[in-house]
Write a protein that binds this ligand. Structure first.
Ligand SMILES: Nc1ncnc2c1ncn2[C@@H]1O[C@H](COP(=O)(O)OP(=O)(O)OP(=O)(O)O)[C@@H](O)[C@H]1O
Ligand SMILES: [Mg+2]
Length: 369
């Protein structure tokens, strides 16, 4: 019983509300910033629940989350929530340290007005020091700034309050991904490419993480596990369904099934007509999306950073599209791995939760850290 009480006290319910799916984990903190992911549940986001990044219909969101909590017998009392990727402004910027002025004053007086000149009081601004670079005589701050409309933030707080859980924090996907990938130790590529010469790859100096969601595709680039770049592309896997529905004259739900069945697998001469149609549509969509991802990589490489992107991790439901990893790999010219191949330092996942679910778990685990 004492153990039960202890576990409840240290456990947190972490919620990631995506446009398509709501993911909930129960995570218990252990000493030394180690965590155990004890429970995981996923359910469809009620239609029309999110609009413009805001929770538009709080009662149905609360209802869906309560259902997941009940079904999975989650009992933690405190909660954290991740916002949808839209409507969030992020900047990674640098500023010289000014002698005699503290960090916070520099950010408020010089950095925010310069990098976010149009942001007004209706935005909640947050910032954190990523690192201090020592360059010749100078010290340079590298800062991550986030701005979110207060009204959007409030809509997420209302959900936590409606769940009768103690609200601990509301965060953005970039921060949770950054916390999660800080724990990345190596990628076990032997399971993926079972060639003898390939073993555990520990080079995680510069890598990208792409979250293929339903309505958004989020590109993050990390250097020495510090987030250096974040961009939300406002299209995602559900847009493929729309295109297939249009070309093949199907309902969106049926189009989604075709997308999942055929993905980017090339048809043969004997394949049914719909395979040819679906392949053409998916291919054309993914090529356009990959171009936008390449533009992000190009932008990052142009900035004055050492080291180019050596590998890409993909996550999110849309990353399971058949043939996507191979397409990205040949177009981007770098290895692409599913996030489930990562070996993580200090994150234990209960045996009952399949590792492939990491696709959906990253944000909700990240926020718990
Ligand atoms: N096997 C599969 N192949 C292709 N796509 C898939 C597969 N499984 C799920 N998807 C797609 O993944 C998407 C849902 O993924 P996810 O749960 O990561 O999105 P979300 O987090 O709700 O969206 P967002 O991040 O944009 O708010 C859906 O569009 C679904 O069709
Ligand atoms: Mg998502």
């Amino acid at each position: 019983m004492l153990l039960d009480f202890f576990s409840r006290k240290n456990a947190t319910i972490c919620i990631d509300i995506g446009f398509r799916n709501i993911k909930v984990t129960e995570v218990r903190k252990k000493s030394g910033n180690h965590v155990i992911v004890q429970k995981f549940g996923i359910a469809k986001t009620p239609r029309g629940c999110i609009s413009n990044g805001s929770i538009f219909d709080a009662p149905s969101a609360i209802n869906a989350i309560s259902g997941i909590i009940r079904q999975n017998k989650m009992r933690a009392k405190s909660s954290k929530i991740i916002m949808s990727g839209t409507n969030i402004i992020t900047r990674v910027c640098t500023a010289d340290k000014i002698p005699g002025e503290d960090f916070h004053t520099t950010v408020k007086k010089h950095v925010i007005p310069y990098y976010l000149p149009t942001i007004k009081n209706d935005y909640q601004i947050d910032y954190k020091l990523l690192e201090t670079i020592h360059q010749e005589e100078k010290e340079i701050y590298k800062i991550f700034i986030t701005a979110v409309p207060k009204i959007v933030l409030q809509s997420y707080v209302r959900v936590l309050q409606g769940l009768n859980l103690i609200p601990v924090s509301v965060d953005i996907p970039a921060n949770s991904a950054a916390k999660f990938f800080h724990k990345a130790a190596s990628v076990d590529i032997t399971r993926y490419w079972p060639k003898e010469e390939r073993v555990s790859d520990k080079d995680l100096s510069t890598f990208a993480v792409i979250d293929f969601g339903s309505e958004t595709t989020i590109v993050n680039i990390f250097q020495n596990k510090v987030l250096e770049f974040n961009r939300v592309i406002l299209c995602g896997s559900s847009n493929i369904d729309e295109q297939i529905a249009k070309t093949c004259k199907l309902k969106d739900e049926d189009a989604e099934i075709q997308k999942i069945n055929y993905g980017m697998l090339p048809p043969s001469t004997n394949s049914p007509v719909e395979h040819h149609q679906v392949n053409k549509t998916v291919h054309s969509f993914i090529c356009k999306l990959t171009k936008q991802i390449q533009d992000c990589f190009h932008f990052f490489n142009q900035r004055d950073y050492s080291g180019s992107i050596s590998k890409v991790f993909v996550m999110g439901g849309g990353s399971q599209l058949l043939g996507l990893d191979k397409h990205l790999e040949s177009t981007l010219g770098i290895p692409v791995y599913p996030v489930s191949l990562l070996d993580l330092d200090g994150i234990k996942i209960d045996r009952k939760i399949e590792k492939k679910h990491l696709n959906y778990l990253v944000n909700s685990i990240g926020i718990s850290l």
